[in-house]
Design a protein around this ligand. Structure first.
Ligand code: F6R
Length: 586
């Protein structure tokens, strides 16, 4: 998703801004730009492509001045073009803005501004902010009044930073993240702490509906009524600055390999919150588990393990769907909201609906300073360190471990899980990936992959399909084993590959039968199992472990297979096309 950075200080701004944008690359983007102010003049450069590419072409970091703004754009309104890239100057060129989010009434505002003589160079909704600011500034000659008038007119979800020719910087936030980094002699305005963590770990999380003004002698945080707002300075965890690949070729590979350790650490810093959650669940009328993408797949597992091990019923609901059936949320229930970033707009919307129904919110997040962490009544930390690869890997297994820990508590510790031994068996999967790499070579020309699993292994089949799609762009689909004969069998022929998730549990023999039916139609079978079988054309051997933990271990070879197949297909495993790490728009 788009990333914003603003700098106000004593150093030359442009190189600091470019560095910040580079650090936030993992969020996903398609174009980049920087604008700076020097001697009361705004200069601007922007283009499509990656930060390094564009920088070496047009030297974004050579812009002069100690005040500046920068942006990486993830297209929503308008194609990926130089004109649509941010920053956007106002018509007079005396104001420039960067924006994240969506202005819902932009067409109406654009029409009004066009009627008043303003021209638009881009197809974006963002450009209207620049021209609205200009319109109000020309009348008020005051940044505070200008921002107040502008935010009272725009509707939608947004965070923007505006730079004025007189050297003032202002930033407003409404349902999109915006964080102020407070340095020794400078300030940073960013959508992500990674934008400034190298320079300072003191941060102010701007509240929703607040804005900040920075000028020579002024640092003001106000609300949208123009009143002084309360704020506090938080210390940001330095570990989020440790986002380096080390010796690994990609972040994704590094993050897959971190799992023997992250599995061990999941939820460990918030054990009290896990205990409290178990208590809430015991007394709750209804339990809903929500999330998006991979985090929703964790919600599917939550349903399975709560019912299987402690006989508690829970409803998994996709966050993006919950808004269309808010009536199904019964009052005074609990909502477990799962989100790595804690910033997914759909998840935050689901939480908002839950709050309106007086539900208690339990947030399972990786970023403890995120919006979800601040909205939730109880916060459980995944504690798995920064996940930079756009596809979720270690955060998924951390989410599962936390859910297992909650179930363990609910069972009064009758279910015992030895995470130490488990971590060793994960290590075994990662130790030798030669076979997985060979299979990945054979997937290079394949256009359809199906993944089959039954019972608790079915959500893993769905998550496996998601990983394969994201990393390799191959069409992939998770199928519940028993559904095969109800339709998907028609798709099976010698052109397709089918991955069979087949641990030695109660689903084993039925799943093996399905595999035989598929093989009879000529498809190639990849078995992920702790038992070898002649039906598998390829066997990915799983370590023999406690049955309870099969789902967590099964996903790891598929993460590896997706990663290596991505390398074979020459796609970028860290930054899949069109995707963003933090999906902050609905
Ligand atoms: C899948 C993936 C996405 C995210 C989804 C939710 O690999 O990365 O599907 O899982 O966008 O993100 P969070 O967990 O940050 O809410």
């Amino acid at each position: 998703m788009c990333s914003i950075i603003g700098y106000y200080g004593n150093e030359i701004a442009a190189p600091i801004i470019v560095k910040g944008l580079k650090r936030m690359e993992y969020r996903g983007y398609d174009s980049v730009g920087v604008a700076t102010e020097s001697n009361h003049q705004i200069e601007l450069k922007k283009g499509t492509g990656k930060v390094n590419e564009v920088n070496s072409k047009i030297q974004l970091d050579s812009l002069p001045g100690k005040i500046g703004i920068g942006h990486t754009r993830w297209a929503t309104h308008g194609k990926v073009t130089d004109f649509n890239a941010h920053p956007h100057p106002s018509n007079s060129g005396k104001i420039a803005i960067v924006h994240n989010g969506i202005i819902e009434n932009f067409e109406e505002l654009k029409k009004q501004l066009q009627d008043e003589g303003y021209n638009f160079k881009s197809e974006t909704d963002s450009e209207i902010i620049a021209n609205l600011l200009q319109k109000h500034y020309e009348v008020t000659k005051d940044v505070k009044e200008t921002i107040l008038k502008t935010v009272s007119e725009i509707k939608g979800h947004y965070a923007f930073v505006a730079m004025f020719e007189n050297g003032e910087l202002a930033a407003a936030r409404f349902h999109e993240p915006l964080i102020i980094g407070v340095g020794q002699n400078d300030f940073f305005l960013s959508s992500d702490v990674l934008g400034f963590i190298e320079f300072t770990d003191d941060a102010i999380y701007l509240e929703n509906g607040n804005f900040v003004i920075l000028s020579e002698n002024k640092f003001q945080i106000l609300d949208f009524q123009g009143k002084q707002a309360k704020y506090g300075i938080t210390k940001v965890s330095k570990e989020f600055g440790d986002a380096y690949k080390g010796d690994y070729a990609h972040f994704t590979l590094k993050e897959i390999y971190e799992q023997p350790e992250t599995i061990f650490k999941a939820g460990e810093k918030t054990l009290d919150a896990i205990e409290k959650t178990a208590d809430y669940i015991k007394h709750a009328k209804n339990i809903y588990v929500t999330g998006s993408g991979t985090s929703y797949n964790s919600a599917l597992i939550a349903k399975q393990i709560l019912s299987k091990y402690v006989k508690i019923k829970a409803d998994p609901i996709m966050s993006s769907e919950l808004q269309f059936s808010p009536d199904s949320i019964e009052e005074n229930s609990i909502i477990i909201a799962i989100s790595q970033s804690g910033e997914s707009a759909d998840v935050l919307e689901a939480v908002k609906i839950g709050k309106q129904a007086n539900c208690k919110i339990i947030g399972i997040v990786n970023l403890m300073t995120s919006s979800l962490a601040r909205e939730a009544d109880i916060v459980i930390g995944m504690n798995c360190g920064p996940e930079i690869g756009v596809a979720a890997t270690k955060s998924f297994t951390s989410q599962l471990v936390i859910l297992y820990k909650i179930v363990q508590k609910l069972s009064n510790d009758e279910i015992t899980i030895n995470f130490e031994n488990f971590s060793k068996s994960i290590f075994k999967i990662l130790e030798d990936t030669t076979k997985i790499q060979e299979i990945a070579k054979d997937l290079k020309e394949v256009s359809d992959i199906y993944i089959l699993g039954r019972g608790i292994n079915y959500p893993i089949a769905i998550e496996s399909a998601l990983k394969l799609k994201e990393l390799t762009y191959i069409h992939a689909e998770g199928i519940a084993g028993g559904e095969l004969k109800h339709g998907p069998l028609a798709l099976m022929d010698s052109n397709v590959f089918v991955i069979i998730i087949n641990p030695n549990d109660m689903t084993y023999s039925d799943t093996l039968t399905s595999a035989r039916e598929i093989k009879a139609r000529g498809a190639k079978i990849i078995g992920v199992s702790d038992i070898e079988s002649d039906v598998y054309d390829y066997w990915i051997e799983m370590p023999k472990i406690d049955e309870v933990l099969y789902p967590i271990s099964e996903i790891i070879p598929i993460q590896l297979l997706s990663y290596y197949a991505a390398l074979e297909k020459n796609t970028d495993p860290d930054y899949p096309r069109n995707l963003a790490k933090s999906v902050t728009v609905k």
